[in-house]
Design a protein around this ligand. Structure first.
Ligand code: SF4
Ligand code: SF4
Length: 362
């Protein structure tokens, strides 16, 4: 699909329509989840392969986690995990930084040999011509996901390296030269909220295929205790900010929306997540509840960490079993997980969910 055509689709609002249709399709199973907690087996695997990383970003959710090769699954255990993942057809592999794993090509090759679409997430800092060639060589490569968090100085400050922007943009050029689809994520935060236009300009110039702008997610004091009360032992892996903390103002968010609209008209597929915020900017920045029933897309995905443990979402530290030792079909609708889902769905999720990009309104 050419960029001009995508631009026209955006202009007509059809992309939003397609997203809303997709979310609408979740409704029967989400309603069902409120009754008995069951969900159909997932076809989308979201796998953290390592916590280790060559960058040190200020908004990193993985910062507090122990990082060592010894804590990670071995190559054979990851093969077992893939075998146990049942009907999975798409695998998003992420970290930490996946290129740090010396066995990354074996893992990606194993997924590829099973006709599973690959979505590769990298900070791109270590990407070379040879690495871009290897990634482009997979039969089932879907896209490469990379982050750009600002113009050069801001990106480097956020990412903790003076040459991060230069290396990242060069890696994007290497991927695009090979015809790969590149999607960019930008985490909206106080340091870069006024630079979204420049980020979109960079993405447009680099001919990236898609840009997702997502808010910085945090928890407020008291929210962790609420979760612990509901589910003893379940911790929340989000930075805690004061009750008065606001990452941006309504005016700033409106400017971000205007920049998105401008670049859409120029053919850049750009989206803000969560998508419903566009109509509730004031309530969103003031962190006021927004009326309606909500669904978390993450609940439909098989989310596993570098130890093979299955989690309900990237930010909740509660394991529901090891996928490298047991098939997903045995664990996915276990009594414990069904109880958990039911409670969360009936409570309309957690308070911090309304600051998360995975939230959608039914
Ligand atoms: S690149 Fe990703 S995993 Fe690494 S420090 Fe930055 S946010 Fe964390
Ligand atoms: S919406 Fe809530 S449950 Fe879903 S991924 Fe975000 S924090 Fe987790």
């Amino acid at each position: 699909m050419n960029r001009l055509f995508i631009g026209s689709l955006h202009y007509l609002g059809l992309i939003e329509f397609a997203i809303n249709r997709t979310i609408g399709n979740y409704k029967p199973s989400w309603d069902n989840m409120k009754k008995d907690g069951t969900l159909p087996l997932p076809f989308y695997l979201n796998a953290i392969l390592t916590q280790r990383c060559n960058l040190n970003c200020i908004m990193c959710h993985e910062q507090g986690n122990p990082k060592s090769r010894e804590l990670e699954l071995s190559t054979d255990q990851i093969f077992k995990l893939i075998d146990n993942a049942g009907p999975v057809r798409v695998a998003a592999v992420t970290g930490g930084e996946i290129l740090i794993r010396s066995d990354i090509w074996e893992i990606l090759g194993y997924l590829d040999s099973r006709n599973i679409e690959l979505k590769i997430s990298t900070n791109a800092y270590a990407v070379t011509d040879a690495i871009a060639d290897r990634i482009a060589g997979f039969r089932h490569i879907g896209n490469v996901a990379i982050s750009i968090d600002g113009p050069e100085l801001i990106h480097n400050a956020i990412r903790g390296r003076k040459d991060a922007f230069k290396r990242t943009t060069e890696a994007i050029r290497l991927f695009k030269k090979r015809g790969l689809r590149v999607s960019i994520t930008s985490v909206l935060q106080p340091d870069n909220v006024d630079s979204m236009g420049e980020i979109l300009e960079t993405c447009h110039a680099l001919r990236v295929d898609r840009v997702s702008i997502i808010p910085f997610t945090y928890k407020k004091p008291g929210e962790e205790a609420l979760v612990q009360k509901m589910f003893p032992g379940c911790t929340v892996r989000l930075p805690e900010k004061a009750d008065t903390y606001r990452p941006f103002t309504e005016k700033q968010l409106e400017a971000v929306k205007a920049a998105i609209k401008r670049y859409r008209a120029r053919g850049l597929l750009s989206l803000f997540y969560p998508p419903f915020v566009g109509n509730h900017t004031g309530a969103y920045v003031a962190d006021r509840p927004i009326a309606g029933s909500f669904v978390c897309k993450q609940f439909y995905q098989l989310f596993v960490n570098e130890q093979g443990k299955m989690y309900p979402c990237p930010f909740l530290d509660k394991s529901f079993g090891d996928i490298h030792t047991r098939p997903v079909a045995e664990l996915w609708n276990s009594d414990e997980l069904r109880d958990f889902r039911k409670t969360v769905a009936l409570g309309n999720l957690f308070p911090f969910c309304r600051r998360c990009c995975a939230l959608h309104r039914l």
